[in-house]
Each structure stands twice: as structure tokens, then as C-alpha cells.
Design a protein. Sequence first.
Length: 480
Amino acid sequence: MYLDVEEWVDVNRQVIRAVATLDLRSLAAMRIGIGALMLADVLERSSRLTLDYTDEGLLPRSWLIEAGRDAPLLFVHGVDGGAPFAAACMIASAVVAALLLAGWRTRMMSLLAWILWSSLQARNPMIAHHGDTILRFILFWGALLPWGARWSLDARRRPPAPDAFVGPAAVGYLLQLVFVYAFSVAYKTGPAWREDFDAVALALRVHGYATPLGEALLGYPRAIVALTISVLALEALGAFLVLSPWRTEAARLVAAAAFITFHVGLGLTMRLGLFVPLAIVAWIGVLPARVWRRGPPTIGESVGGRAATWITAAATAFALLVNVDALASFRARTDVASPLPALPVVAKIAARMGLSQEWSMFAPEPASLSGRLRATMTRADGETVDVLRGEVVEPNGPLPDGPRAPLRVRQQELRWAYWMYPEAVERYARYACANGVFGEPPPPPGLLTVRAGLASTREVDRTTPPEWIELVSVPCDPAR
């Protein structure tokens, strides 16, 4: 038997072509979803404009400089620290998001959105979350993908596009998805993930995260164990299905369905903000042609020449190095042995380019302590009032009930609880004094106290009072 070289080359060419194919309608749906979520992000961030994005808020620009943080090269939000400029940046971001959603000058809008959101997220890293990173990498790869070829204003000015395209950027985007989940598993090295299999329970006990369905799930310990193991297995193996060279469409449909279901489950059991819909939209981009219609799709010629191939290869290799460095640095911070080398130069370049990524959610295991901040004063009638909620509270009572509070207040309590060094907490206290709801009769001039309430996530009895630690007290005159 002789090897038919031409047949072998033809088969492998078809395999590579199948892996490097993405459906243009799926990419268009991803673009529309991302545009809508960017508008929602702008709206939500605008509700905390002065607090989070001005020099009068909790994080002045001078602190970023003193901390030595590497800002993006185009750090638009660092130009001015006033509220009018911050508002202008929000308006510009909303306009770019709307134009990207509509598909007008899509590649240019993708680049502008990537620049603006990299700058916006760098302005206040203390309220960052993993959804921010997902958004940035989608915008980066969107600038290389033809996600404006269908269902867009750009498409109206061009000849009808095929159903799918072949190109190196498709492989780059798929590998980025693999990096997200493969590295996420590598971060999860704690006993809660690898030995006790109670990581899901610990995550659900972090105060303010669990929905009513999540709270109910805590009553089924066997289901908790099964879910913990399933999360590890799915993240470790599931994402690689998108690179399957055999039955590629079926494999991608299974992978997308599995991860979309996974993220829907997260959204039903935990309050994770925009992280869940952003992750779902990221997977919509890999849906195969059979989702949109039966029959074989029309596939256009390969998009991009040698230059596009080299750019994609360089971007993918750099993303891999960024993830290796982030994992090595995380393990060094958490005293986990690691053979991986830290690459500080890569980290610095990634920060300057808005390409940093670290997939350490609930790693090396979910936090053993759950914390909230509370700013209180004693009123003239002797009652203690939580001034940001306008509620009478017990000084040593339970943690604030997250779900009933306005979203803005919940985020302030949850996100800023992670950052409890004295200068930040004192600014938090002064903000509470200036913006608090004190009730009647108002407290007399005195001290406003910020305390942190800490509760163990390993405590099954959820009624156990937290440990309250006083952080700072500042003079406050509510009548001023």
C-alpha cells in the first residue's frame, strides 16, 4: 500500500479549513449582543460616575500613579479627573457601542471600543471583574474578525456575504476561548475544588452572591459535589471541542450548548452582573451554520493574507504568554508551588496594550470569609442607622441583606470590601457622610464609623452573627 501524498494533503487542507471556519451570522449575533451589553455597562457605570471615576471619588488618579500601575498607552480616562470629563467619556463610549451594535464602520468601532473600555476599566481597577476581561478580548478579536459582514449597516453597502468565512482570526478567537477555561482550571488548586468538592457551596455562601435558587441548592450536598466536579471537567475538557477537526460543526454545537447552559446556570444561582451574559455572547460567536438553517453553508474565500496570519499568530502566542505569566504570578502570591516562570515584561506590555487577563475566579478556592462594609451613625433617638441604605440596624447584627438593596449600594459594599486599606476606607466614610440617608430624627454631629462585617463561608448556619471590625471613624455633621 502506497501513501497518496496528494490525497493526504487534500484531507489535511480540508481539516484545517474546517477548524478555521466561523459562521458570519453567529459573529453578527455576537456583535449585536456585545453592543447591547456595552450600552448596559455604560448605563450601570454612569450611576456611580463621581464615586468611581473622578478625583473626588474613592480612587483619585494620583493613587494609581503612586501605586505604580501600568495604564494603557491610550489612557483616555486619565486625562482629567473631573465629573464633566468622565461624563463625556461615558457618552462617547455609548455612541461607539451603539454604532458597533448597528455595524457601522465595524472594524473602526471595534478598535475604538477596545481602546475606550481598556481605558475605562483601568481607571478604577478595584471594581474590575472577569466580565471586563471577556469584553476586552472579544473587542480585540472582533477588530480582526469580519463580524460586521452580516446584519449590519456595513453589509448594506457591500455585495451579499456568504454564510461563513475561513481565516486565521477564527483560529485565534477559538484558542482564546480555550485559554479562558483551560487556565481557569489551573487556578483552581485548593482543597475545595480538588479534595472536598464543596467549592460550589463556598461560592454560594459568599454574602450577596446567591440567588433564591442558589440558596435552595445549598440544601442538596450531593448535588453540590456533582456540580463542583462537573465544573472542573467542563472547563478542563469542554472548550477543546471547538478545535475538533472531526465532525467540527457537531462538536462546536455541543461545546457552545454546554457552556451556554453552564453560564445560564451560574446566572440563575449567583448574582454575577454582566459576567454571565458576556460569557454567553462569547459562545454565540462559535455557533455552527446548522443553527441558522439546514443544509451546507456557503463559505467565502479565506479572509486575510500572510499579514493577517502573522498578526493572528503573534496575538495568539502573546495571549498564551500573558496567561502563563498571570498564572505563575497568582501562584506566587498564593504560595502555590509552580514550575511556570513569571514573565514581568509580558505583563507590563499586556497592561499597556489592554490585553491583560487572569482567570482566577473562585481560585485557588472560594473565599473562606465573606465581607461587607457598613457606614453607620447613632441618631438622636439612640438608634444606629446604616447611612448608605437609610435603614436602622443592630450594631453587631447580621450582614446587610444584599438582594433588597439598590444595585449601586450592593456593588459599593461588595466590591469595595475587597480594598480595605485606611486611605480608601476614609474616603468611603467621607462619601457616606456627604451622600447618606440619615432618617428622622437625624443624628447630631459626631463620628461616622465604617466597619467590615466578616462571615465564614464554611459556616453552615447562616444565622451566625458576623465578626464586625471597626476600620475608621470620621467627623460628620448630617445637617451640613
